[in-house]
Write a protein that binds this ligand. Structure first.
Ligand SMILES: C[S@@+](CC[C@H](N)C(=O)[O-])C[C@H]1O[C@@H](n2cnc3c(N)ncnc32)[C@H](O)[C@@H]1O
Length: 260
């Protein structure tokens, strides 16, 4: 049971663990990533016919390329921390890069920055999102899907009832992300918080699913065996697991014409 609870990292050190977890599970990622695939299709639908300006284009945290393949936009740089996932990505060009270090210089003045289910892994999601928005060319577009703080209420409830810490990844609040994007000059064309429920037959299946996806890294110390048993005994069997996901499509201001 303890294997469900990986070693944890300090705020500063999560990238290494995240990379390890996704790397180990890279071969099985797409079979588990049904929600990520469905959300990629929805985001792609919202992005059809965007008037993209000139400038570099990238999928930030592209992984195996689910979102880029759904978007069908030419020339998206496939950027990710995890070389094992990138190796399974059929698209080019690819770049191994840690987004906690900001964006590579080649993405300044971007025409499109897309990202699915990645921003939440970064140390300061609001700050990095503002940085992404500022890197857009005038008229450049952001297309984002990110799980947010209202996710996994069943896990939080079970942990509270069991009197054990909730070891779910801390997720950013949707309104903080929207404020950060607006503060960095993004004009939303579409902004919605959606809820998706996965039938999971209770806690054990939910935690195993996250592990198989590679999404098992946590900043919090792992539970001991007894604590985990208590958690699972307070997590009703057959309960669904709910994800809250922010979808945001927006563009950066065109420059204001200054008349002499
Ligand atoms: C749940 S997967 C999503 C992959 C893909 N966007 C999709 O929708 O299927 C999260 C991705 O974020 C990447 N990631 C996590 N932290 C990162 C970081 N600090 N820098 C770059 N990529 C990161 C992971 O390696 C992984 O590929």
């Amino acid at each position: 049971m303890n294997s469900l609870h990986p070693p944890t990292a300090s705020r500063a050190g999560l990238s290494g663990l995240v990379r390890q977890h996704f790397g180990r599970r890279a071969a099985g990622y797409e079979a588990q990533a049904l929600l990520q695939r469905a959300v990629a299709c929805r985001l792609a639908h919202l992005c059809r016919d965007l008037p993209l300006p000139a400038g570099p284009r990238a999928d930030l945290g592209a992984g195996s390329g689910l979102l880029s393949r759904a978007l069908t936009v030419e020339g998206l740089l496939q950027l990710d921390l995890c070389p094992e996932l990138l190796a399974r990505n059929p698209l080019q060009p690819r770049l191994v890069w840690d987004l906690n270090d900001g964006l590579p210089a080649q993405l300044q003045g971007a025409g499109l920055l897309a990202s699915g289910f990645t921003l939440q892994w970064l140390d300061d999601p609001s700050r990095q999102l503002a940085h992404w928005c500022r890197a857009l060319a005038p008229g450049g577009w952001l297309a984002l899907a990110v799980p947010t703080a209202g996710s996994f209420p069943q896990w939080h409830r079970a942990a509270a009832a069991a009197g054990v810490p909730c070891t779910a990844l801390e997720l950013p609040a949707a309104d903080r992300l929207l404020n950060a994007a607006a503060g960095a000059g993004l004009h939303p064309r579409h902004s919605r918080v959606l809820r998706f429920s996965r039938p999971h037959q209770g806690g054990l299946a939910a935690l195993r699913h996250l592990q198989r996806l590679g999404a098992g890294a946590s900043r919090r110390p792992s539970l001991g065996t007894g604590e985990l048993r208590r958690l699972l005994s307070h997590w009703p069997e057959q309960e669904v697991l709910t994800w809250e996901v922010l979808l945001l499509v927006g563009h950066r201001n065109h420059p204001v014409a200054v008349t002499p």
